[in-house]
Design a protein around this ligand. Structure first.
Ligand SMILES: [Fe+2]
Ligand SMILES: [Fe+2]
Length: 293
């Protein structure tokens, strides 16, 4: 059976230690420790596509696993490359053979892995706001940074529709076997910010779309992974197992047992490992006491 590890939002350029990039080495070591055949990173590797690609190459060299990834919204940001549009950075990432957005990846045991960035359609936002309110991407003195750093050639809803179409086509090609679907954006309402205050009633709009989850269920996807919201959670619905394994920002990691956050420990806690079985994806718990402590 193929053993796959799922993780998202590793943000290697932000989760540094004393200015040093440490996440890639820790994640590669954890992949080896868990004996992964495949490591799938569901976006937001870094806020610079060139760093994201370097991270994929290093993980491929050091993890002992086949590495697959999809871009997140941070990976396509142009902050470090002024003048580039969203398509420029998206296509630069698409040139990498490990990018799932190039097309379905067929693996042994009858499984197919399908994935792409995805976008948002505002449906997770509070209905008291209008489409025009959401199009501004700005509320309570805060601006959603995709408004500034992900400049597409079409409106937000059209970007979402395009990713739905692309994923639908990739799923057509995968029909017949068991499927693992990956998007960066959130697919089910259970993973949005729950009981939101005034701010998240608005900003939940930019987390994803329930249409991705509906697509997964409709197409009989066995295991569906997303990131973006910096939660770590799982839910099963409609016959699909949904998992959101986000490492998130160092500043979001909780102190545990009176000890400050530790990158290697957080990676061990975040990585969601599954065996791709004959009929379903079977979670593989981490038996190591050190990782659980
Ligand atoms: Fe993120
Ligand atoms: Fe994100």
């Amino acid at each position: 059976m193929t053993r796959i590890g799922l993780i998202s939002d590793i943000h290697v350029d932000l989760n540094t230690l004393g200015g040093e990039e440490v996440i890639t080495g820790f994640l590669a070591a954890e992949s080896r420790r868990r004996g992964l055949d495949i490591l799938l990173v569901a976006g937001d590797l870094a806020g610079d596509y060139a760093v994201s690609l370097k991270t994929v190459d290093r993980l491929s060299a050091e993890s002992g696993a086949r590495v697959l990834f999809i871009p997140g919204n941070h990976d396509i940001w142009n902050e470090k490359h002024p003048g580039l549009k969203a398509w420029d950075t998206y296509n630069a990432l698409l040139a990498h053979p490990a990018n799932l957005a190039r097309g379905p990846v067929f693996i042994e045991d009858g499984w197919t892995i399908v994935g792409d960035l995805g976008w948002y359609d505002f449906a997770f936002g509070d209905p008291s706001f209008t489409i025009e309110d959401f199009e501004r991407m700005s509320y309570m003195d805060r601006t959603w940074q995709d408004k500034i750093m992900s400049i597409w050639d079409r409106g937000t809803l059209e970007v979402h529709r395009m990713f739905m179409d692309r994923l639908g086509q990739a799923l057509d090609a995968a029909a017949g076997g068991r499927i693992l679907l990956a998007t960066h954006v959130v697919q089910v309402s259970e993973f949005t910010v729950q009981n939101p205050g005034a701010m998240w009633k608005y900003f939940n709009a930019f987390l994803g779309s329930p249409e991705y989850g509906e697509l997964a269920i409709k197409r009989g996807v066995a295991l569906s992974v997303c990131g973006h919201v910096h939660h770590r959670c799982r839910v099963s619905k409609g016959g699909t197992k949904f998992v959101c394994p986000c490492l998130g920002y160092r500043t979001e990691w909780p102190a545990r047992d009176g000890r400050p956050a530790d990158a290697a420990r957080e990676i061990a806690r975040t990585l969601a490992v599954y065996e791709l079985g004959e009929n379903e994806a079977i979670p593989v718990p981490d038996e190591s006491a050190s990782a659980a402590s």
